[in-house]
Write a protein of this length. Sequence first.
Length: 214
Amino acid sequence: MPEKREQLNSITKEISTCRKCPLYQFATNSVPGEGNASAEIVFVGEAPGYYEDQQGRPFVGRAGRLLEQSLDSIGLNREEVFISNVLHHRPPSNRDPLPDEVTACKLFMLRQLEVIQPKILATLGRFAMNVFLPEAKISRDHGKMKKVDDYDFIVFPLYHPAAALRSGSILSDFREDFDRLGKLLKLQSAELNLMKKQEGIDESSKMEQMGLRL
Ligand code: URA
């Protein structure tokens, strides 16, 4: 079995020549995702924007700066985590992803997760969240961790940082949720593994104490 890094590199190559939807025709670069191949936490956003398309790297514009500051606030930097997107080519004028584009492109991100095997998947915005939690609503479910059948990781939905930059109240929710995510990461080792073995994750007094919610 090739090393994780090699497996991720081969997914990156496939993304760069992907023709499963028309978006490659408008893009300057594909944006495959980047970071630690053994990350405990993976962040998944929606789709590359202008700067990401120019540089071929995820979250390098204003939203990316907020993501980096937020990572810093919980003692992490972008090299320690893995950052990807649902779509790997920029939609024209940053329009929302179309259902067919999500269906075709999400498979690359799901394969990246299979390789990395993170403990936590933090989704950024509703498109990434709905890949894993189709019924979830971002305004209701942000900041609430969920264990989803079929996946070994815990899903932790966050608002998209671009939405947080547009609204003060979303920014304050985003910061609170990030704080919770930091606490969840600290809990994650032995205790979290124990909780994951249970059917779903029971509300525990320890988690309550730490301000974590289900
Ligand atoms: N917004 C996203 O959803 N992804 C990026 O990579 C950048 C901005």
